[in-house]
Design a protein around this ligand. Structure first.
Ligand SMILES: Cc1cc2nc3c(=O)[nH]c(=O)nc-3n(C[C@H](O)[C@H](O)[C@H](O)COP(=O)(O)OP(=O)(O)OC[C@H]3O[C@@H](n4cnc5c(N)ncnc54)[C@H](O)[C@@H]3O)c2cc1C
Length: 361
């Protein structure tokens, strides 16, 4: 059997690769395991036409800048290729096509990681399996739509032209970055588009002739520690509930700025705080209704010991470290250490802190 590694990183997306970079710098004996066929596949598998909302100046992992100018917004292929090139450049040891199915601590004190390609052992674990993996939609509302209306989650869409066209009326539910981007692309197919969901503020791309990200980083808002005051308070107050730099919605996209609570007899019932819920007719007469859920993701770690997670599968953490097993760290989760912890430009700094913290990592 192979010797016990110092650290095994599960997941070789941007978060796992950033951890790998600092583990290499620290001279550790480590290995990254990933379920995908190729590094970067997570980006490759997202929808055609996707562009990052963050410009290249803020899209770099430690030690290697991405190609393109500072303010270029890369597409999913550029991002995927950057990650693949990153692993090659630093010769990071990545074992691909290797899905972790169970990780458990042995009585001897180390961890065994059972995978679809053998069992591995390590003293420390870094969980870098991504925060945007297990699609979620409110099932009670989804179930109120009749079976003849097809429903898709944003994570399952590759080419919008395969689900929409001039004969369809698409209801996009969830008005965050994915909902807004997909609404634009769906409109280009000739479909009718309604975007529903509480109004998330959208900061303009440019402000006083600078990219909005320049301001967000310059003001320190993106890098404020979220495990300390005042960053903790900022996050609790929901300051992250904005989209940043998304193009304005054209008037042709119908906007419902509240939550849909139910569908009944050709009408959408929408939540309304002050008045009785207003029924909205949908789909338009003679059009095929199609639903696209852009309602985000939930945690799922079926392969980790249950005692590390709360009742909704959120890992029990203090500053990125498991409070149950301190030799297990998590990386890439939203607001983990900073508001940009789940973004490509923020995960490197978290990796530096976690690996260099003087823990057993
Ligand atoms: C639509 C969309 C647009 C986004 N746009 C931006 C943007 O513009 N700018 C930005 O900075 N961020 C953006 N993000 C957020 C974030 O940067 C990405 O989600 C990014 O992919 C997260 O990287 P990660 O390494 O944390 O996780 P992932 O990219 O999800 O990588 C996790 C890796 O873990 C592997 N894995 C998972 N489970 C297992 C297992 N059990 N065993 C082995 N391997 C496993 C997967 O194969 C995968 O390679 C966007 C996210 C989405 C969903």
């Amino acid at each position: 059997m192979e010797a016990i590694k110092h650290t095994i990183v599960i997941g070789a997306g941007q978060a796992g690769l950033a951890a790998g970079y600092y583990l290499r710098q620290a001279g550790r004996d480590f290995l990254l395991l990933d379920a995908n066929d190729r590094i970067g596949d997570n980006w490759r598998n997202r929808w055609d036409g996707l562009r990052l909302f963050s410009p290249q100046r803020y899209n770099h992992l430690p030690g290697l800048a991405p190609a393109g100018g500072d303010w270029h917004l890369p597409d999913r292929h550029e991002m995927a290729d950057y990650l693949e090139n990153y692993a090659r450049h630093f010769t990071l040891p990545v074992h691909l096509q290797c899905t972790c199915v169970r990780a458990q601590k042995t009585p001897a004190g180390h961890w065994t990681i059972e995978t679809t390609d053998g069992t591995f052992r390590a003293h420390n674990l870094v969980v870098a399996t991504g925060a945007y993996r297990t699609p979620w939609k409110p099932s009670a509302i989804a179930d109120s739509f009749p079976a003849e209306i097809p429903q898709y989650h944003s994570s399952g869409i590759k080419d919008v032209a395969t689900i929409a066209g001039p004969d369809t009326d698409v209801l996009v539910i969830g008005a965050g970055a994915s909902g807004r981007q997909l609404s634009h692309l769906l409109l280009e197919t000739g479909a009718g588009v309604t975007l529903a969901g509480p109004g998330v503020a959208n900061l303009p791309r440019n402000f006083l002739s600078k990219d909005i990200y320049w301001w967000l980083y310059k003001s320190g808002m993106m890098t404020l520690r979220t495990d300390r005051f005042p960053g903790k308070v900022m996050i609790q107050k929901g300051a992250g509930d904005v989209t940043v730099g998304e193009p304005e919605l054209p008037a042709a996209i119908r906007r419902i700025k509240t939550e849909i609570v139910r569908y009944h007899a050709g009408t959408l019932r929408c939540k309304c705080r002050k008045t009785a819920p207003k029924p909205v007719l949908w789909p338009a007469a003679g059009k095929q209704g199609v639903i696209v859920w852009c309602t985000g993701y939930r945690n799922a770690y079926p392969w980790l010991p249950a005692e590390m997670l709360d009742e909704v599968q959120t890992p029990l953490l203090a500053s990125g470290q498991s409070t149950v097993y301190p030799e297990v760290s998590f990386i890439g989760l939203p607001n983990l250490l900073r508001p940009n912890s789940s973004l490509v430009g923020g995960v490197g700094e978290d990796a530096r802190l976690l690996v260099g913290r003087g823990t057993r990592l």
